[in-house]
Design a protein around this ligand. Sequence first.
Ligand SMILES: NC(=O)c1ccc[n+]([C@@H]2O[C@H](COP(=O)([O-])OP(=O)(O)OC[C@H]3O[C@@H](n4cnc5c(N)ncnc54)[C@H](OP(=O)(O)O)[C@@H]3O)[C@@H](O)[C@H]2O)c1
Length: 162
Amino acid sequence: MAPPAPTKINHNGKRLAPPSPSAGSNASPTKPRIPHPYLTQPDLIKLAQENNIAVTGYSSFGPQSFLELGNKNAANAKSLFEVDVVKSIAEKHGKTPGQVLLRWSTQRNVIVIPKSNNVDRLKQNLESVTFSLSDEEINQISALNQGLRFNEPADFGFRIFA
Ligand SMILES: NC(=O)c1ccc[n+]([C@@H]2O[C@H](COP(=O)([O-])OP(=O)(O)OC[C@H]3O[C@@H](n4cnc5c(N)ncnc54)[C@H](OP(=O)(O)O)[C@@H]3O)[C@@H](O)[C@H]2O)c1
């Protein structure tokens, strides 16, 4: 018997529909995009992974990428690079806070797509898979969750509400 078709879910985990039959067996599963330690969304990740849906996390560095957009929530949030728990884990592993944040995602099987205009940071980001965080360290970073969202669709004129 054929395995059940992957379920499409949107970025808040609401069930939309199974993939269209015309997409056939090569239909690629929807990839919800889930941010950073201030918005961990464990239930959404679990739902996606249980349905064999790859999860991609943007804004892996939290507020950082929204600062240049003048985002108020980002301006009011503490930089994740400056949070004690992230800094001390980075020091312990001899890595940068950015690398720790990326590793926190990838060890939870969340794909990361960090952007940098700086060659050293691009290299750092690629090298973020060269070490492993302990479960305790992952949990410590996950505990930073505040349900803090930076990209509210309504802020961009879209009438979509979570
Ligand atoms: N955020 C969204 O809502 C969104 C939505 C759709 C698609 N995307 C795409 O997702 C990709 C990632 O974008 P993002 O918005 O999520 O940004 P991001 O990659 O989370 O953050 C980019 C910011 O972090 C800095 N940075 C990168 N690596 C760093 C490191 N190792 N240490 C310290 N700072 C570092 C960059 O500065 P420097 O350049 O100076 O290094 C830049 O200010 C982009 O291709 C974007 O187009 C994002």
